[in-house]
Design a protein around this ligand. Structure first.
Ligand SMILES: [Fe+2]
Length: 176
């Protein structure tokens, strides 16, 4: 809380589930902009890559370890594999010419996978289980941690780390 107050000058409470869902939505909107070709496309792509990379990092480093339990274990292992597939696509796309035919194909696949990832987490399995695992206060505290790490990552270019993370899925702690 102290750090957050320093950064934003006020108390903020954000349910981690709402925050992560908002990040999914933002990524989705950037993909749509890129697909419809409005605006500077290279800049949009880098913005998308940074946001998606920062999102994956906060989930892998903070959210998933905090919600690791017997009920969520399978979904979390699936989620880090989905992140791996997303990172591989992103790493390819950042290196490509935007008028390359396969860029468009990769963007379509990225869109499908982001939609799938968001749906699985938000509606299908993970988030409903987290609601019963964590109290509202715990979700708010975790939301604040996630927000601080996300903002810190976005001060730099988190997409730069993506190529180094394409060999294998992020490690998860075992169930306590
Ligand atoms: Fe996510």
């Amino acid at each position: 809380m102290g750090l957050l107050r320093k950064l934003f000058g006020k108390d903020t409470t954000t349910d981690v589930l709402e925050l992560l869902a908002a990040q999914h939505k933002e990524v989705d909107e950037l993909i749509a902009k890129l697909e419809h070709g409005s605006g500077p496309r290279r800049a949009l792509l880098m913005q998308l890559a940074d946001k998606l990379a920062a999102h994956a990092t906060v989930e892998e480093k903070l959210f998933y370890p905090a919600v690791m339990a017997r009920e969520t274990e399978d979904q979390l292992h699936e989620a880090v594999e989905e992140h791996l597939a997303l990172k591989r696509l992103l790493a390819d796309m950042v290196d490509m010419r935007l008028d390359d035919d396969s860029f468009h194909a990769k963007l379509s696949v990225l869109k499908e996978q982001v939609t799938h990832h968001a749906h699985e987490e938000e509606e299908q399995k993970l988030f409903p289980k987290v609601k019963s695992l964590l109290t509202a206060d715990e979700r708010a505290a975790l939301g604040n941690e996630v927000l601080v790490m996300f903002e810190e990552l976005m001060q730099g270019h988190p997409a730069q780390n993506v190529p180094a993370e394409t060999a294998e899925a992020a490690k998860l702690p075992s169930v306590r």
